[in-house]
Write a protein that binds this ligand. Structure first.
Ligand SMILES: Cc1cc2nc3c(=O)[nH]c(=O)nc-3n(C[C@H](O)[C@H](O)[C@H](O)COP(=O)(O)OP(=O)(O)OC[C@H]3O[C@@H](n4cnc5c(N)ncnc54)[C@H](O)[C@@H]3O)c2cc1C
Length: 316
């Protein structure tokens, strides 16, 4: 393991109304290394054709084998989350949140990109060892649900004037999906600045390109996680129209609660999206809002993981 477990941190991210997400039994179709640290696993399943993707950074919950190697076998009921919570800790399959990187309904398959440079915990350990046709369970948006399934945070204005994305490698799959979505929807997407922090330059992956898209890859080169992203927050381009008087941010305990800040819905203007280690995201938010005066209404900031902590409360 790269890190010790630590105590569980915080609540799980809100996945929207219960029936919006349903359980899918899935199997590994293929595994491809996109870079030295990023593994793409393609899953397939009989019912994947009824899965849905409502937002570019759509999150899903993956249930992994337990400590005895038993595959997850939760019943297909509406309240699958409560069933999971009610299980004794020893029988509860570990679950972690990932981005639904791509969904191909016709082929009944979808991709998840795992940042797995080593075995952090059950998710990365599983991803590194996963073999073809190995089975898992996934909670994902149900195509039959009437309305927005929620579980996605990328909500730029209808006509964004400029975009900023700041991410570490766990959020790189979401960044790639967001950029693909922008490129697919408009002939010329708005000017966009993207900062991605990686351990090493060899971890760069192919991303869409357009005139006005600037992707800045930041190699950590041994620096602590997030340092390069916090530096970038000081120099990211913020249009004066998106800034006002610096606003003090209410302090939150990144160890005790998830950092989950949503921008206000707006028709136009600047929009910033940040995701990564919760303490780093909190500091970037402070730099942008409390030092540089970015309006909070223009900022979505999400803690994807917390250094030294595992993500789910253990109810026992
Ligand atoms: C909305 C959302 C979307 C996400 N999308 C993706 C995605 O598409 N791809 C992806 O790879 N991850 C994604 N993540 C992050 C992923 O859920 C976490 O990295 C998860 O903790 C990994 O689980 P694990 O079982 O391997 O490690 P855990 O058991 O959760 O953690 C064990 C230890 O490893 C440490 N650790 C966990 N992740 C990292 C890391 N990246 N770097 C250093 N130390 C770490 C923890 O702090 C802890 O000390 C997403 C998270 C959220 C909330």
């Amino acid at each position: 393991m790269c890190h010790g477990g630590g105590s569980p941190f915080a609540l799980e991210p809100d996945l929207g109304p219960a029936p919006a997400y349903r359980l899918f039994d899935v199997r590994v179709r293929q595994k491809v290394a996109l870079s030295p640290s990023l593994l793409r696993i393609t899953f397939h399943g009989e019912e994947v054709s009824r899965m849905r993707l409502d937002g570019a950074d759509q999150r899903i919950r993956i249930f992994f084998p337990d400590a005895f190697g038993r595959a997850p076998a939760l019943p297909h009921v509406t309240d699958w989350l409560q069933v999971w919570r009610d299980l004794p800790a020893s029988e509860r399959p570990p679950q972690r949140t990932f981005t639904l990187r791509a969904l191909r309904r016709e082929a009944g398959e979808f991709d998840v990109d795992f940042f797995a440079p080593c075995e952090f915990g059950p998710a990365t350990t599983w991803a590194r060892l996963a073999a073809r046709e190995e089975g898992l369970q996934v909670a994902a948006p149900d195509g039959a649900f009437d309305g927005d399934c929620q579980g996605h945070e990328w909500r730029p204005p209808a006509t964004p004037e400029r975009l900023l994305l700041v991410a570490d490698q766990t959020a790189l799959p979401a960044v790639a999906a967001i950029l693909e979505d922008l490129a697919a929807q408009q002939d010329l997407p708005p000017p966009t600045e993207v900062f991605v922090e990686m351990a090493d330059m060899s971890d760069r992956i192919d991303l869409p390109a357009w005139c006005g898209l600037r992707v800045i890859w930041l190699a950590r080169k041994g620096a602590p996680c997030g340092v390069r992203l916090i530096e970038a927050a000081h120099r990211a381009e913020l249009p004066p129209s998106a800034c006002g008087a610096p606003e003090p941010m209410p302090d939150i305990d990144a160890d005790a609660t998830l950092l989950w800040d949503r921008a206000s819905p707006r028709e136009a203007g600047f929009y910033a999206w940040i995701a990564g280690e919760a303490g780093v995201v909190k500091e970037i938010r402070r730099v942008l809002v409390s030092e540089r005066g970015l309006q909070r209404a223009a900022l979505t900031a999400t803690g994807y993981w917390r250094l030294g902590r595992t993500p789910f409360d253990d109810p026992d």
